[in-house]
Design a binder for this molecule. Structure first.
Ligand SMILES: Cc1cc2nc3c(=O)[nH]c(=O)nc-3n(C[C@H](O)[C@H](O)[C@H](O)COP(=O)(O)OP(=O)(O)OC[C@H]3O[C@@H](n4cnc5c(N)ncnc54)[C@H](O)[C@@H]3O)c2cc1C
Length: 368
């Protein structure tokens, strides 16, 4: 498109969220990003648009995006968009961006988003910050965020007053948080991992009032270099850590008998109606599969109760669980860093303490 120039920053307006769907179901990451995008759009005083690519999607599913904050949905309906392909989705999104010029484009850091985001950024000649954990456009809100999360003396530090997207993410193995801006190009693109942003409550009026604009899609088989013949799902049911209300995680503290350690964590999780998570040490040791991993390179969880059994509390683990409502840590070492973020700490052997907790919970339930 000839009139598209990613350096002409003044020509770009609006916040967009790429809304991922699989088999016609909108993925929860889309709702999380719309909820976050809503705040950014409010701060900028612009529209929030969901971008949905699919084929003959259910009209109610399209409107749901309004229930989580979208003012408008650009619905790209085409039979070749039923399932994700890098070529097809990249072309349609880039065509739309070149036409409508949003200033911000958020994408979930899912397998699809991690493939799609960089491809679009390169084609649009703009920047992308991957795996963001915090986003701001408003400088005063950004300063408030820094006051609570950093050692910077915010009142003595000069800040430029502008509405560039301030994209914060862990850097150097999680030892530093870096805020990255993309001041010279648009759209400002960011990927965010599932579970990092909180979903706002569903707004029935928002869903009823959302404007759905059907986009006429120019796409042919020649644009797509792969053909999806069949989708085979892993037979195994993966653990739903992100949606869980209670997570009982195990760490290297189970090393003397990993099988027993996981079994007692599962019993405690069952008693509390939760699921089992793990530190990376357990995943790397092959004791438990990667879908259980909590942390910077695993999943980010916000359960009501997070139980850490034999986990030291490395910064990369905390990055995935420290926002849990209640954290209960069990560790043999009274100086373990996990106790710094714990609501309740128990110094003791997890092989003894966890079964005692399970029994106590069962007894309490029975008494009711
Ligand atoms: C780039 C990068 C990304 C990473 N991403 C992640 C991530 O996503 N998630 C993650 O978890 N880690 C991640 N890590 C690894 C992280 O730095 C730690 O190495 C890891 O979290 C340690 O796991 P742990 O706490 O289970 O093991 P350890 O640090 O070895 O701690 C084991 C703890 O168990 C206690 N213990 C031992 N026996 C018992 C017992 N019988 N009862 C009670 N307590 C006991 C010990 O006192 C100790 O505190 C990452 C590292 C890097 C560099």
């Amino acid at each position: 498109m000839t009139n598209f120039d990613s350096k002409d920053t003044a020509a770009f307006k609006g916040v967009w969220v790429f809304c991922e769907q699989r088999e016609g179901q909108v993925m929860s990451i889309s709702y999380q990003l719309l909820s976050e995008g809503r705040k950014l759009a409010n701060d900028l005083g612009v529209e929030l648009c969901g971008v949905l690519l699919g084929s003959n999607m259910d009209a109610d599913a399209v409107k749901t995006l309004g229930g989580y904050g979208a003012d408008k949905v650009y619905y790209c309906n085409h039979e070749l968009l039923k399932d994700y392909t890098t070529d097809g989705y990249t072309k349609v999104i880039c065509d739309l961006v070149e036409d409508k010029k949003p200033e911000i484009l958020l994408i979930g850091a899912t397998n699809i988003g991690r493939d799609l985001g960089p491809r679009c950024a390169a084609r649009l000649h703009t920047g992308l910050t991957a795996d963001c954990t915090h986003l701001d456009v408003d400088v005063s809100k950004y300063k408030e965020f820094l006051k609570t999360t950093s050692t910077i003396d915010v009142d003595k530090t000069p800040f430029e007053e502008n509405t560039n997207l301030k994209m914060t993410r862990p850097a150097f193995g999680g030892h530093l948080m870096a805020t990255i801006i993309c001041p010279r190009f648009r759209p400002q693109m960011s990927t965010v991992r599932p579970g990092v942003m909180q979903t706002q409550p569903y707004d029935v009026a928002g869903a009823a009032n959302v404007v759905v604009e059907n986009i006429s899609v120019e796409l042919s088989k020649d644009d797509i270099h792969v053909e999806i013949l069949e989708i085979k799902k892993a037979a195994k049911q993966l653990v739903d850590l992100i949606g869980a209300d209670v997570v009982v995680s195990v760490g290297r503290g189970i090393s003397k008998d990993p099988e027993k350690g996981i079994a007692i964590a599962q019993e405690l999780a069952d008693a509390l109606g939760g699921v089992v998570g793990a530190s990376r040490a357990c995943v790397d040791a092959g004791w438990i599969t990667a879908d259980h991993q909590v942390g910077q390179t695993g999943k980010t969880v916000h359960p009501r109760i997070y139980v850490a059994l034999g986990i030291s509390g490395a910064i990369q683990h905390k990055a995935g669980m420290q926002d849990s409502a209640c954290i209960i840590a069990v560790n043999k070492n009274a100086d373990a860093p996990i106790f710094e973020c714990a609501s309740y700490g128990i110094v003791g052997d997890l092989f003894k303490v966890a079964p005692m907790l399970t029994e106590a919970i069962k007894a309490l339930k029975a008494s009711k």
